[in-house]
Design a protein. Sequence first.
Length: 402
Amino acid sequence: MKKICVIGAGASGMVAAISAARSGASVALYEKNAAVGRKILQTGNGKCNFTNEDMDTAYFRSSTESTLIKSVLSRFDEKDTINFFENLGIKKRVRNGGLYPYSETAVSIVDALSFELERLGVKIIFECPKIYIKKKGDGYDVSGTYYDAVIVATGGKTVPKSGSTGDGYWFAENFGLKVVKPLPALTQIKSSQKWFKDVAGVRVEAELSLYIDGSFVHKSHGELQLTDYGISGICTFEISGLVSRATDNGQKCRVEINLLPECTFKEALSMLEKRREIFAERSVGEMFTGLFNKKLSDMLIKEAGIKPQKKAGSLDDKELKKLAHISTQLIVEADGVNDFAKAQVTSGGVSLDELTEDMEAKKARGLFFVGEVVDVDGICGGYNLQWAWATGYLAGKAASID
Ligand SMILES: Cc1cc2nc3c(=O)[nH]c(=O)nc-3n(C[C@H](O)[C@H](O)[C@H](O)COP(=O)(O)OP(=O)(O)OC[C@H]3O[C@@H](n4cnc5c(N)ncnc54)[C@H](O)[C@@H]3O)c2cc1C
């Protein structure tokens, strides 16, 4: 019987331990916290969006072009995740393609995994002291105990309070593996533009276009939240990893916001032309009533350099063009993103070049890396947990094979 050590009892580690134990291994699971799955409890606003019906490699990013993501997701896809949890008693609830436990609480996911670990006799070492891993014979010495294989499931660096403080990178580097600089992703984008203070708290449906060093890179849609330090909301999160990496590289990031996402500039202009005519006697500010939140239109008018008291009917074509322009291409110069404490996932980590399709280090056979510690991050919607379950499951199985 193979002896396997899993480090980290988060999403990927618990599934790795279950998978290894189901494959007949004797498994020890080391966790620095006093409980398992602390971060899972925070996911999906406490409801845990554990996978998504719409699964595609396009929703995942890595610094390395590799077939590994595709290979992992084809061998353990969203249906496998649903089955895996159904077998543990988790009835699914589907919301806009996102899968949640029917109970609508992440506690159910953690409990279901804990019951299975117990059933399989996985030994959990809570509040473990700082661990070391050394090569020993065909296997590894983990803080004085011999194991045939080790699965590192220590997570990334996001929300360090949950226990994920980036220890896995250190383990990888000690074995000579390349680690892509970890940076915060799925988080807010910061900007020092002064007008943010005037629109803090406004939420608006928008389309964001990201430009890095002047070149278009990515578009996202959804509810945008304006804050006093920049932008937030799921559409912001979607581009935040790219902004994080680019600003860290010293590149310039510009986000263009279309506040009328169903309109092109031309369509917005013709709508404003009609409003100028119909509401000629109203002020420019009042001309926007019913189109934008007042805080937002006041800011747009100010930034367009137009006096808000001016009569709409007296706006000339140049001024109207400026208003249409700023409404469809409001420019945000991004300074960077919020830090790891506020981010949902880590971009970067153990390079895919270093790993086999079963997540085993090519340079250190028997040593596996799973979940967020690996240089793969997904967008919001259950993709990061899908990556954690899938890599954990495949590595647990592979590590147990003689
Ligand atoms: C607020 C928030 C909401 C999120 N919502 C979603 C969502 O709805 N859907 C989704 O798919 N993803 C979501 N995510 C992302 C998702 O939670 C993570 O990608 C996922 O938990 C990563 O799993 P993991 O096993 O790699 O790491 P983690 O779940 O972070 O687990 C790592 C574990 O390892 C332990 N550990 C670390 N170092 C050591 C060590 N040296 N010794 C022993 N133990 C150690 C930690 O204490 C921790 O328990 C969210 C993240 C956050 C922060």
